[in-house]
Design a protein around this ligand. Structure first.
Ligand code: SAH
Length: 215
């Protein structure tokens, strides 16, 4: 690990911008959050490469370009910071930390107790008062925090769970990977418009599966 991780993050962010990430707020948040603190120390040297990495229990931290792409989609066209946001799939807590700099309140839910606890440990030193970690089945969303201005899933199922649509505020936007054919996923955006839910299917992606229940 180079001693100056700030310089490494600045270089990561320059590459993300060159790849088309437009939102300066997303780039600033990703420049600030130390991704290497969220992965095993043996993997820290790879933390600022554009790669997904194992975080235990068969799960992975999404690669920086995918995190940036999804957050860019959430902020697009919004001058104001986001209000309440729900993240499904806390994992190691990295994306939740980035989100906490972009939204008023962040609820992040994880179904695996081991990862929920690891995320809590990883996030403790950051003291992010607007970030709320929950252990539960995110396929049900989290009704107590609803409605959400934005929802973001880090795991993909066969369809968008109905609870997510019910908990999306008018004017709100949801970004999630969804299965398009056996073993294939695409990034899907759902906008809650006055005329109803408007869905847009974007590029192919590869996320871990969305699963029901808490373990
Ligand atoms: N944003 C995370 C990515 C973690 S990978 C990070 O920055 O590390 C996706 C996570 O979604 C996994 O930890 C997986 O356990 C979780 N997951 C899958 N189905 C879920 C569900 N129904 N509810 C909550 N979390 C779920």
């Amino acid at each position: 690990m180079p001693p100056d991780t700030q310089a490494v993050r600045a270089s990561m962010v320059r590459k993300l911008a060159a790849q088309g990430v437009r939102e300066a707020r997303v780039l600033a948040a990703m420049e600030a959050i130390e991704r290497h603190r969220f992965v095993d120390s043996a993997l820290a040297a790879q933390a600022y490469e554009d790669t997904s990495l194992p975080i235990g229990l068969g799960q992975t931290i999404s690669k920086p370009s995918v995190v940036a792409r999804m957050l860019d989609l959430l902020l697009q066209g919004r001058a104001q910071p986001l209000g309440r946001v729900l993240e499904i799939g806390t994992g190691c807590g990295y994306q939740a930390a980035v989100l906490s700099r972009l939204a008023a309140e962040v609820y992040s839910i994880e179904r695996l107790r081991g990862l929920h606890e690891r995320a809590r440990e990883n996030l403790r030193p950051l003291r992010l008062a607007n970030l709320h970690l929950l252990l539960g089945d995110g396929m049900q969303g989290y009704a107590k925090g609803a409605p959400y201005a934005a929802m973001i899933a880090a795991a993909g199922g066969q369809a968008i769970p109905p609870a997510w649509l019910e908990q999306l505020a008018p004017g709100g936007r949801l970004v999630a990977p969804v299965e398009t054919a056996a073993g294939l996923q695409a990034l899907v955006v759902v906008d809650h418009t006055p005329g109803g839910m408007r869905q847009t299917v974007l590029e192919p992606v590869h996320f871990v599966p969305l699963k029901a229940g808490v373990l």
